[in-house]
Design a binder for this molecule. Structure first.
Ligand SMILES: Cc1ncc(COP(=O)(O)O)c(C=O)c1O
Length: 344
């Protein structure tokens, strides 16, 4: 009854983080300010949850697209950008899905659920992307869609713009530039939007992870096609109303993102000064670091109430790497203190 390949999978595991300093999931650590919280509650009180949500979300799409100077018909909203990744893979022609490796795990996972072949192209040891080699694999494996996480999760680096341009200029399938970490990076790629180039974003990292709201910006024609595989009412009424309200206060979240970026630089500097830690550059709200024994470090942090992500990668590029989300200043301080204490 259930496909053999599905039976052999494990469900997505989310570790228990109760009472922990949670530095594993790239969330914004700043809670919603009290004043906004009260106003949001008032706003939500008027939502008619006995009715289905607004199915078309024209005004919310307009509000979101306008932030990038685009129009409502150039934006499609998803229940998190994960849902949009699923729509994209469902909608493209049969053919491989090409992804750099390591990159965001959901590209490969969703492709496998949908029985799409995956062509993963290893990054170099310094996590740089060989655009020519990438395109060679795309052509050999007859790729129809590529995902480029800019900046890349889990490595944190941003590939040079000329590499992205080179892929955009030479790949004839669909290029998805995933800007999940755009609020913390120094550039965007919306100017590259074309009939086969789209930009994927999410509000999760900016501070609304609990709302589940992602979006894709692109050519109106492709957005129209993607809209045909969107489940009706994919965003619930409370999420829509919250987003509508919070977008009017987006400066609050943008200021928090700036604070996160300066904390990131402080943390990188501190980690860089530790002899037993190799730290990689980051344009995201997390840092990748390598230690002698990541499992031991992970366990040591966990025992002292700090949850980070232990990266395990079959090709070894992420061997002994930990991915640490930037937390509140006091959480980062505690993390550094504990790390110093437990590293040999
Ligand atoms: C590169 C990248 N894309 C997309 C997502 C999914 O974000 P969400 O589904 O919360 O919008 C993530 C989450 O970690 C990510 O790292």
């Amino acid at each position: 009854m259930i496909r053999a390949d599905i039976r052999s999978l494990s469900a997505y595991h989310v570790p228990d983080s109760e009472n922990m300093i949670k530095l594993d999931a790239m969330e914004n650590p700043y809670p919603l300010p009290d004043e906004l919280r009260t106003k949001l509650a008032d706003h939500l009180a008027s939502v008619d949850i006995n009715r289905y949500p607004d199915a078309d979300m024209q005004s919310l799409r307009q509000k979101i697209a306008a932030r990038d100077g685009l129009s409502a018909d150039q934006a499609l909203l998803g229940n998190g950008s994960d849902e949009i990744i699923q729509m994209l893979i469902m909608a493209v022609d049969a053919g491989a899905c090409a992804v750099p490796k390591p990159s965001f795990a959901m590209y490969e996972l969703i492709a496998r659920w949908l029985k799409r072949p995956v062509a993963s192209v290893p990054l170099k040891a310094d996590f740089s992307l060989d655009a020519e080699a990438f395109l060679r694999v795309c052509s050999r494996e007859k790729a129809e869609i590529v995902f480029l996480s800019c900046p890349n999760n889990p490595t944190g680096n941003m590939w040079p713009r000329k590499s992205i341009e080179y892929i955009v200029e030479n790949f004839t399938g669909l290029v998805v530039i995933d800007e999940a970490y755009e609020p913390f990076s120094d550039r965007t790629h919306t100017d590259l939007i074309a009939p086969n180039v789209i930009v994927l974003r999410t509000f999760s990292k900016l501070g609304w992870a609990g709302l589940r709201l992602g979006y894709v910006l692109g050519d109106a024609k492709i957005i129209g096609h993607l809209n045909k595989v969107r489940l009706p009412y994919n965003l619930n009424s409370l999420a829509q109303a919250s987003a509508d309200f919070l977008l009017d206060h987006i400066d609050v979240f943008e200021k928090q993102a700036k604070k996160i970026c300066s904390e990131r630089q402080r943390l990188i500097k501190a980690l860089d000064s530790m002899a037993n830690v190799e730290v990689y550059p980051s344009q995201a709200n997390f840092i990748l670091l390598r230690v002698a024994d990541a499992q031991a470090a992970f366990n040591g942090l966990l025992e002292r109430g700090i949850l980070v992500k232990n990266m395990r990668d079959s090709d070894g590029l992420l061997q002994n790497c930990l991915r640490v989300t930037i937390g509140l200043p006091e959480e980062n301080k505690r993390f550094l203190h504990v790390l110093k204490e437990i590293l040999p």
